[in-house]
Design a protein around this ligand. Structure first.
Ligand code: DX5
Ligand code: ZN
Length: 221
């Protein structure tokens, strides 16, 4: 399975977002867009108007991670702004309706799971989503330490996806760098989100390549 990379613009310079996106674009299979509501997580970031501006600027796949208590109030706005996928957190509940709403809006449907939440909470939905987003940090901030609890969840989801022949992208988010990329790829993650390990580096393009290389070497070994 090929490893893909989703640089998180959370760690980019928001005053130069277009420049940052253009620079990383050749290494970005997706762009990961972190949306925080100051309620589900103790931080605020960006919303549909910024997604709309990014959409006008690039054809990149926009993978919107909605760290929000009430994502259902905003799905339509994200779809209209040009999001390709939205991921809602399983912890906010109402999962069946949220998945149905994402589908009816033409979005790829993602489900995100926090470090302290059991993967079993997600299992009933795996055949109805496109994307499982396994958090390997507590959501809210970039630059945190990778939490190994994500590994067994990734492995469990990967084995269920294989058993049931599901077209499921398993994405991992938080603390991904050259040291952790191989571990998550070996466990079965196929989409790696990286923020500070890409945009926080002097050469983000080379940093992204190095992360991809580390992951690919681990799965080839
Ligand atoms: C954290 C966000 C992440 C964040 C990852 O709440 O969901 O996407 O950007 O940043 P790093 O890669 O620095 O851990
Ligand atoms: Zn994220």
């Amino acid at each position: 399975m090929a490893i893909r990379l989703a640089p998180s613009i959370l760690s980019a310079d928001f005053a130069q977002l277009g420049v940052e996106i253009d620079r990383i674009r050749p290494e970005a299979d997706w762009l990961h867009v972190d949306v925080m509501d100051g309620h589900f997580v103790p931080n605020l970031t960006i919303g549909p108007p910024v997604v709309r501006s990014i959409r006008r600027h690039t054809d990149a796949y926009l993978d919107c991670h909605l760290m929000m208590t009430d994502p259902g109030d905003y799905l339509k706005a994200f779809a209209e702004a040009g999001a390709d996928s939205c991921s809602v957190h399983v912890e906010v509940g109402n999962t069946a309706d949220l998945i149905a709403e994402m589908r009816s809006l033409g979005l790829h449907a993602g489900l995100a799971v926090n470090p302290e939440t059991s993967i079993e909470e997600c299992e009933p939905w795996l055949d109805r989503i496109d994307l499982l987003l396994v958090m390997s940090v507590h959501p809210g901030f970039g630059g945190q330490e990778f939490m190994p609890v994500a590994l067994s969840k990734i492995a469990r989801a990967a084995s269920l996806a294989q058993r049931d022949d599901l077209a499921l992208t398993i994405e991992v988010d938080g603390g991904i760098d050259v040291r952790t990329a191989g571990r998550v790829a070996e466990a079965g993650a196929t989409m790696l989100v990286a923020g500070s390990a890409v945009f926080g580096q002097d050469d983000p393009v080379e940093a992204a390549r190095a992360i991809r290389r580390a992951a690919e070497q681990a799965v080839a070994a």
